[in-house]
Design a protein around this ligand. Sequence first.
Ligand SMILES: *Cc1c(COP(=O)(O)O)cnc(C)c1O
Length: 391
Amino acid sequence: MSAGRETGEREREFGPYGGRFVPESLIPALDELEEAWLAARDDPSFGQELDALLRDYAGRPTPLYHAKRLSQACGATVYLKREDLLHTGAHKINNALGQALLARRMGKSRVIAETGAGQHGVATATVCALLGLECVVYMGTEDMRRQRPNVERMGLLGASVTPVEAGARTLKEAVSAAIRDWVANVESTHYIIGSAVGPAPYPGLVRDLQRVIGDEMRSQIEAAEGRLPDRVIACVGGGSNAIGAFVPFVGDTEVDLIGVEAAGEGLDSGRHSAPLTTGASGVLHGAMSAVLQDEYGQVLEAHSISAGLDYPGSGPEHAWLRDEGRVRYVAVPDQDAVDAFRRLCLLEGIIPALEPSHALAWLLDNLGGGGLDLLVLSGRGDKDLAEVLSR
Ligand SMILES: *Cc1c(COP(=O)(O)O)cnc(C)c1O
C-alpha cells in the first residue's frame, strides 16, 4: 500500500483525506470488511460479546483517576484516563479484540498483522490465542533484533513471527510483506491494522473500536465533576487512542482537543515524527493524509524516542480535524517526554509509557489556568525503562 493510484470510485471520508490507494485485488476484501463492520455494529449480540471481553478479559472500564499531586503541580484539575491498566498494558487491545471478533464473524480463520516495536503484534497474538485464530505477524529483522522480548511473547502466544529482510528491515517493509500476504490469501485471512490508518474502512473502523475511551471519559467526568472538561489531551502516533478519546467531544466546541506528536530531536533537525504539525499531504499505507516527505514526495523516515510514535504518517481523520480547526496538533521533543515520564513516576507512583509522556510534557508546559484537563495515559512504561535509564 505504498504510494500509487487511487482505486475504486467511493468518496474519501475525511474531506480530501482517506480513500483507498491499494491494489485492485484488495477492493472486494475492503468492501467485505466494511459491510461486516456496519452489520456487526448494529447487531446486539456482537456488541454484547465485545463488551463482555472488554470488561472481563481486558479490564474495562478503565478508571478516570484524579491525579491530585500532578494537579497541584499544574495548578489545574487533572484526570488521567488509565489505559495503562488494560491487559497487555495499552489501549491497542481495544482494537485488536474488536477486529479479531470481526474476523471470526466473517468466517476468516487466519489473521495477519505487521508490527514495528511489537506492541500491536503482541496485542494481535493475544486476541488470536483467545479466539483460537491462526496468527502470522510480519516484522523487519532490525525490529526483531531491537524488540526481542516482544518476539518471544508472540511466540509464547502461538503466533508465528515472519522475519522481513527487505530495505531498512523495519515497519515499512513489514507493511509491504503483510499486504502481499493479504493479496495472496484474502479468502481465508483478515489483516488487523493497529492504528487509525490504512485504506477505507480501516480508519473509521479503528476509531469506532477505540471510541470506548472517549465515551467512558465523558460519562466519568460528568459523574465526577458534573461538567465537560476544558481540554482533552492525547498523544498521536497513527492516531488511534487520540481519535477514540476526541470523537465523543468533537461536537462540544467549548472543549479544546489537543493532539501531541513527537518532535524527536527537534522539528528543525528533520529527525522527528510530527507529520500533522509539519507535514504536507501524501499517500502512505493506502490513504491520503499528512505524511513526512521530501520535496519529491518521497516518504521520509520518522524519528522518536517512543516506538509507538515513530511513524511517518497519521490517521486521515486527524488531518481533516486539523484543517477544520477543530483539533490543535503540537509536537514535543524526546527530552521533554523523558522529563515528564520521570515526573509522573515521582508525583503519582505511575510509570507511564513514553508515548503518553509526550502528552504529559505538553500539559506541564501549557498550564490550563485552573481548568479541568483530561489526559489519556495510553499505556504503561515497563517497556521503556531501558530507554529512559540510558539518558
Ligand atoms: C502504539 C501506541 C501509541 C500510538 O498509537 P496511536 O494509534 O497513535 O494511539 C500510543 N501509546 C501507546 C502506549 C502505544 O502502545
